[in-house]
Design a protein around this ligand. Structure first.
Ligand SMILES: [Ca+2]
Ligand SMILES: [Ca+2]
Length: 325
């Protein structure tokens, strides 16, 4: 009797360790997709691990209801969460990466129509690569929502031969509030006339090549964030933009203006400034950049100068109901 209990315990222990093993390294099938948890892959010293990988291959989904029709198909679509690892000298980490390849998506409903297709698309969160697109066609008309939940109305058309947005602040492990991004494009074209909850865009361009750098801060802990985006492109184009989104959700909208200006010889420049504290930004730029911001910031009072000035007249620019206010 004692022996059979011992062998029963041994068999339970054996089963437990085999379950643990399969949880650590194997897959479970969900629908027509596969999800892998706690997997590690990579040769020799280079190892990249992810807490969770979901993907589906060769998929086609059609949804038709009283609100409209959605068709989505592609060769591959998926996401990777909590990526961490090292490949040679390169440290790799990402909170989440979404990817799709050889895809086509069509949505038609009472709000309008949205069509997008492409060879490859990658969207990263907390990752070095923020956006990566190859041969993408996109068209929108009516009203639509962007990835940040903002609503826009109007129309927008895009072609991207190759375009990438690199989050250098993340790659260089800069403090979380820092924004340092580089955008590179080759063979891109865009036309847009839209306005919505985060701003407006009006203009068109066709670029052989383009580059842009965005620098500044963005944090719910800072109430006078400012970012500047400077770009240059080869090709015709002109446009104006208005910004009034609250990306960090601290109740202070990042307001600003942007423009694409064509210069002779087919070269164009692009400039966008966004600020949570327009009065401070205006005072800082009054000298035409001759006096470094560090000096004017030392003279000006801390906090949001626009808010404290508007407060004097009994008003406020802060939205107390913002998620991080
Ligand atoms: Ca802020
Ligand atoms: Ca804000």
């Amino acid at each position: 009797m004692a022996e059979s209990i011992d062998s029963l315990v041994a068999r339970i222990e054996d089963a437990k360790s085999r379950i643990q093993e399969s949880q650590n390294s194997l897959t479970d099938l969900r629908g027509n997709g596969i999800s892998i948890r706690e997997g590690m892959v990579g040769p020799g010293e280079g190892k990249v691990g992810a807490k969770r990988i979901d993907f589906k291959a060769g998929y086609a989904e059609v949804e038709v209801d009283e609100r409209g029709a959605r068709i989505s198909s592609g060769l591959l679509q998926g996401s990777v969460e909590n990526v961490e690892g090292r490949l040679g000298p390169l440290g790799i980490r990402a909170e989440r990466i979404d990817f799709k390849a050889g895809y086509a998506e069509v949505e038609v409903d009472e709000r309008g129509a949205r069509i997008s297709s492409g060879v490859a698309s990658v969207r990263g969160e907390g990752s070095l690569i923020k956006e990566y697109d190859i041969s993408t066609y996109e068209g929108k008309v009516g009203t639509w929502e962007d990835a940040n939940g903002n609503t826009r109305g109007g129309f927008s058309g895009n072609f991207r031969g190759a375009r990438t947005e690199v989050d250098l602040a993340n790659g260089l492990n800069l403090p979380e509030e820092n924004v340092l991004e580089v955008e590179l494009g080759a063979g891109t074209a865009a036309v847009e006339a839209s306005a919505g909850t985060d701003g407006f865009s009006f203009g068109g361009s066709a670029d052989l090549a383009s580059v842009a750098i965005t620098e500044g801060t963005s944090s719910a802990e800072i109430e006078n964030d400012e970012t500047t985006r400077i770009g240059a492109n080869l090709g015709p184009g002109a446009g104006v933009r208005g910004h009034w989104d609250d990306v960090d959700g601290d109740g202070f909208r990042e307001v600003g203006l942007g423009a694409d200006v064509p210069l002779p010889a087919g070269i164009g420049i692009s400039l966008d400034v966004k600020t949570e504290d327009p009065l401070r930004t205006a005072l800082n730029s009054i000298d035409g950049g001759l006096i470094p911001d560090a000096i004017t910031d030392a003279i000006l009072p801390e906090g949001n100068l626009t808010e404290s000035t508007v407060n004097l007249f009994g008003g406020s620019i802060r939205d107390e109901n913002a998620p991080n206010a």
